[in-house]
Ligand binder design. Sequence first.
Ligand code: HEM
Length: 471
Amino acid sequence: MPQEIAVDATVNTQAAAATARADFRNAREVPRVKGEPPIIGSTIRFQSDQLGFVTGLQRDYPDVVKARIVHEDWYFVFNPAIVHEANVRQWSKFHKPKIAKTIWKLFLGKGLVPNDGEHWRRQHDLIKPGFHRQRIDAYAPAMVEAAHEKLAQYRDGEIRDVREDINAIALAIVGKTLFGADMSDATSTVYQAMHNVSEMLVEHINLPLPTPRWWPSRGNRRKIDAIEAIEGVIKRLIAERRASGVDGGDLLSHIVFVKDENGVGMTNTELRDEAMTLIFAGHETSAHNMTWCWYLLSKHPEIAERAYAEVREVAGDRPLQLEDLDKLEFLNKCIKESMRLMPAVWTYMRSPIEDVVLDGYFFPKGSTLFISQYALNRDPRWHPDPLTYNPDRWTREYERGLPKGAWVPFAAGPRVCLGQGFAQMEMKLVLGTMLQKLVPTLEPGFEPDQIPELSMHPGPRGMKIKVVFRD
Ligand code: HEM
């Protein structure tokens, strides 16, 4: 290295270290929620109404605030600049928090979502090419077909739970495209198991002292049964793929046959964990977003009819196809706006592995950062008239004008959702197909609940619709 470059590098490193020291010296402490009771802290308020609690905090503490949840301080972040630092600029100083790992351990093991560090990097690099645009594009016909198959069961005038139907469509899509399998036999097993797992995982957050796995409680038995049910389906699919030795173009083929730079593939445990992760991350998230979008379209018939008119102009009555996607601009805005107002993935968490300063605030090593898309997306500082469903707001200028970190439906930075392109395509094709056939209509008098579990969903009463065919 020429001497002057070496000297420059030393000077730069010293300057960076000096800036970092100054950042720490000048850093502000994150305020604590006022009037928080000792010991239990904000636990009960949080557990009894998570959405209300988080949006209430945001009103009173627009940057960031800490609150005691169970036995530790959680940092509720509302300032997009802090979110951006954690996601992008200082991402490598963050891991998933302990609570997320504990919650996921039984279900996802060391799959991509809860994983961190070197092992996450290896798995991420192995899996990412499986989400290559060309591979995803090839899934369009299967997505449309899955929607048509479900809609073929509809009868004019009947009342249905569209959440259950959209979940079944999304699961069929994951089955065909990611696992190359017809999962219709397994749909109810996986649906029920997912429901049980989701409920149990949230109970786990809400219990100050969760029962250990070996404890033969009814809850534990139900959780283990639910996980084993999904695991059974997945292990069968992995064994079939290994035995066939054929890359069927689906993601499972990719992860079964891919090798790292040392020529080493994934172990059976790694395959199991990643497949569980894909089945979980790959269907409930988009299914619940589509469910909320259908709800909002039902509540706004004039917007629904504009979206329908666009689909009709682009495709008439024929099945939607890949080439139509770019032309469905208004439908795209309707989906984006429903992900803003009713985001199924309403929160995610991060934990710094060393002390950090983010946008001037100090966060200690091991603390838990609670980032809530639900709160960010309803902040009137970035979204005027935030409670109004207004797809037209999503012009290019509007999106460009949002501060970095304010719009993170799929997170951002290296830990961004791997299935973003897949999900965006799926939501457009499925909702577009539904619009071709149906006028979005809720059951008269029906209003859904809003349950913020792992993803935000309408709860056990579902999303009741009345089937109204376009003739
Ligand atoms: C609208 C639907 C979806 C939304 C809103 C969404 C959102 C997210 C978010 C916020 C994360 C970051 C979570 C965290 O860091 O804790 C994430 C991660 C992930 N998502 Fe999605 N997701 C969606 C659909 C999908 C689909 C369809 C797939 C797969 C086919 C998928 C696969 C993944 C994976 C593998 C990760 C982990 C990435 C990593 O950490 O390396 N997601 N998603």
